[in-house]
Write a protein of this length. Structure first.
Length: 132
């Protein structure tokens, strides 16, 4: 049992997937600009849709990709606007599925009650050296 590895996987490793997906979406921008195949664009669109369920930063990366197409390459955006349909359906499905959790007051008040206690940073482990 490796306590440093457990600590690492709980605190830091989860963000590596966010970074990977964010970078893949941003790298796909150049690929998307030169893409002419309808099937490949739809595959990329479904990849974006799955990324939305995997990582919250994917919302920002996808927004940046399509905003960049809209502002700087309008002609290419007109060829890719249908890619937004699966993405928007995914966002709609996400809101429907997780609406009860989004509106749950206990989740909103959790951090407030946690941070309002007298102990400073009580949501972190007592000592990070304890696991080393």
């Amino acid at each position: 049992l490796s306590y440093p590895l457990i600590y690492y996987s709980q605190e830091f490793k989860q963000y590596s997937l966010d970074v990977l997906i964010f970078l893949l979406i941003l790298l796909s921008y150049d690929y998307l600009k030169n893409l002419n195949s309808y099937k490949k664009k739809m595959f990329l669109s479904f990849f974006y849709s799955l990324a939305l369920f995997t990582s919250f930063p994917a919302f920002f990366a996808i927004f940046v990709v399509f905003l960049n197409l809209l502002l700087f390459d309008t002609r290419q955006f007109k060829k890719c606007y249908y890619m937004l349909v699966p993405i928007l359906l995914t966002v709609f499905l996400y809101v429907i599925l997780f609406h009860s959790q989004i509106a749950d007051a206990s989740l909103h008040s959790y951090w407030h009650t946690l941070n309002s206690s007298t102990e400073k940073h009580n949501y972190l482990p007592r000592s990070s050296t304890r696991y080393i």
